[in-house]
Write a protein that binds this ligand. Sequence first.
Ligand SMILES: Nc1ncnc2c1ncn2[C@@H]1O[C@H](COP(=O)(O)OP(=O)(O)OP(=O)(O)O)[C@@H](O)[C@H]1O
Ligand SMILES: [Mg+2]
Length: 316
Amino acid sequence: MKQPHQDERGGVGEIDSSMDAQAPDSDFDGATPLAQEIADLARRRQVIASTTLPLPSRTRIFTISNQKGGVGKTTTVVNLSAALAKSGARVLVIDLDPQGNASTALSVEHREGTPSVYDVVVNDRELDEVIQKSPEFDGLFVIPATIDLAGAEIELVSMVAREQRLSRALGRFLDEYDIDYVLIDCPPSLGLLTINAFVAATEVLIPIQCEYYALEGLSQLLKNIQLIERHLNPKLRVSTILLTMYDSRTNLAHQVAADVREHFPDEVLDTIIPRSVRISEAPSYGQSVISYDTNSSGSLSYMEAAAEIARRGVPR
Ligand SMILES: Nc1ncnc2c1ncn2[C@@H]1O[C@H](COP(=O)(O)OP(=O)(O)OP(=O)(O)O)[C@@H](O)[C@H]1O
Ligand SMILES: [Mg+2]
């Protein structure tokens, strides 16, 4: 039998999804935390398997943004898009980060020179000329980012309608193709690429890492979103806040989660994404955690987050 992963502090970090098949064995006394966790995973899996998610009546366009680096933006884009596509939605991921991490995780070609989002925002190419299908799930499509995009911030400065270039291309694309969700992965900065994402979107999803400093910079981000709303995109709303990398054993994580819930009671999803080894290893296999280890707690959490987003619908 596999052992649960030991984390840095020696605690039980995550239950391997293969374990629950053996849960009924007498090795597990129903009262132990491990057995309880296994039973909980099985229950959550059943709930997810038995629910059908509603599709939106109009395309919902999210930008996943936080100028803080490493808070789980790309991980959220990749796994939410995979969860939504698995549930039957048609999903378009736009990788707007020159690092190209979302393109890597969704296993689409993004070597230098590959037709990409750079050609769309800088060279006036259409999205359907650069789109690729992700091998992950039917109905999951990606506009890849290549390293060429690193120069785009500077090239855009002197261009006409520099803030609207992605929005206009996306509008033309959505006139022709049926897509339920668009998820845009932003770089960790508030430059012209991120502004293009804010102008193209109707909803902002902010991932917040449950760590110290989590709230620092958040008020600046919200101020910038307000400015965009006032001057460039009146339809933009911060609809969703997702707590990520939650370690239930630390008081700090509890405190950060409680603070965020107090400040944003309507926006924060009930679902919290745990810190999970499975989530962090999936990209190195060119996979979302949804296909890499579909029954792990990280995968179930992203499926639960997707379900919440689908059920809540567009905020008024
Ligand atoms: N829930 C999680 N559990 C464990 N590791 C995670 C989790 N979410 C993200 N990570 C890891 O944390 C790191 C940063 O995540 P990610 O790349 O998604 O952040 P980001 O906000 O997109 O970063 P950047 O600002 O550089 O674009 C990655 O190595 C990722 O695998
Ligand atoms: Mg990223």
